[in-house]
Design a protein around this ligand. Structure first.
Ligand code: PEP
Ligand code: MN
Length: 359
């Protein structure tokens, strides 16, 4: 798959892209106030939603195409490209006609291959850059699929936006980050930039700075942060929008750590530690393999004596004692639990297979 690096899109984007602007375009004055507030900031692209995909009807659904023209003012004031969300053919055609520079596909659209394909058909033959938000559910294939569909109609200037995933049990975030997902996507699509949208992950403005820093720590390539001159009175996503002043403070406080390719001396120093890690990993694998050998012997015994594979009391004792030992050695309870669950699940599977083998 051919992907043009975001820095080569020809619209002045850097290796730490900052996209800012309101959740929704509300009025020409609102756009102008926000753009003026962003003057002198590090903004590289101005965003605004003109068609708003609302989960339930009854809230503000966006102004529609009329607002596309209002965005020109932001481009004039800030001299940066404009981006809007498109969700169907009519949106894509209107945005192209209005000269919008970059499009994005929203989370509720990425989940639907029919909608994605419809947008792709409307863009066929153009060279417009498109950013694809992750689907609301943590399905890497859908995210990947949308990017591939764009590529198939000749759109090579593609990037991804990580905006978190819906999870009914999640309390801290509006959308659970699942950082492994954007990292996995980057591994599967070398050359793709992934921009983090901490606003939709956080849901509240207080934790946008910390989510942004984590995105940078995980090696993501930029940020899209909802920005409004009067966030509390925004017509959509009021709680998560920040003022242009706060945006700049957040940005200036970010710690963009250097990547290793710029520091060859660090590579050799780190190498020493890495060799030790390699050795420890080898030992862990040996020990795990010994453990599974014993599991097999126990499985054999259970089969011969017609005992159930899963012995709840034993499992409870193992969990409790190992978690305690792990915590004493400065590992978290969460990590110990997931590690032990993985080992136990594998053990149960092995013993089940042994039972099947002999019947
Ligand atoms: C938005 O960016 O305002 C938006 C609707 O986002 P998402 O598609 O991530 O929910
Ligand atoms: Mn929003």
């Amino acid at each position: 798959m051919e992907i043009v690096d975001i820095k080569d899109w020809g619209i002045g984007l850097s290796e730490h892209v900052l996209i800012a602007g309101p959740c929704s375009a509300e009025s020409p004055d609102q756009i102008e106030s926000i753009a003026k507030g962003l003057r002198g900031s590090n903004i590289e692209m101005f965003r605004a939603g003109v068609w708003k995909p609302r989960t339930r009807p009854g809230s503000f659904e966006g102004i529609g195409s009329e607002a596309l023209g209002w965005l020109e003012k932001a481009r004039e004031i800030l001299n940066v490209p404009l981006t809007v969300e498109v969700a169907n053919t009519a949106h894509a055609e209107a945005a192209l006609k209005a000269g919008i520079d970059v499009l994005w596909i929203g989370a509720r659209t990425t989940v639907n291959p029919f909608s994605v394909q419809e947008i792709c058909e409307a863009l066929r033959g153009t060279d417009i850059p498109v950013m694809v938000k992750n689907p609301i559910n943590p399905d890497l294939q859908l995210w990947l699929g949308a990017i591939e569909r764009l590529n198939k109609v000749g759109i090579n200037k593609v990037a991804a936006i990580h905006r978190g995933f819906s999870d009914p049990y999640e309390k801290r975030y509006r959308n659970k980050p699942e950082w492994s997902m954007p990292i996995h996507l980057k591994r599967m699509l070398p050359g793709i930039s992934v921009i983090c949208d901490p606003s939709h992950i956080a849901g509240t403005r207080e934790i946008i700075a910390s989510v942004s820093q984590r995105a940078i720590n995980f090696g993501l390539d930029g940020l899209m942060i909802e920005t409004h001159h009067d966030p509390d009175n925004a017509w959509s996503d009021a709680k998560q929008q920040v003022t242009p002043e706060t945006l700049q403070i957040i940005y200036e406080n970010l710690n963009f750590r250097e990547t290793l390719d710029k520091h060859p001396e660090a590579i050799s120093e780190l190498d020493e530690f890495r060799q030790k890690i390699d050795l420890v990993d080898t030992q862990i694998i040996e020990l795990l393999s010994d453990r599974f050998q014993m599991i097999k012997q126990i499985g054999e015994y259970k089969r011969e004596h017609n005992l159930a594979v899963y012995q709840p009391n034993r499992w409870h004792d193992v969990m409790e004692s190992r978690i305690n030992s792990g915590v004493k050695k400065n590992m978290t309870e969460k990590f110990m639990k997931s590690f032990l669950f993985a080992v136990h699940e594998e053990s149960v599977k092995m013993q089940e297979a042994q039972l099947k083998e002999k019947v």
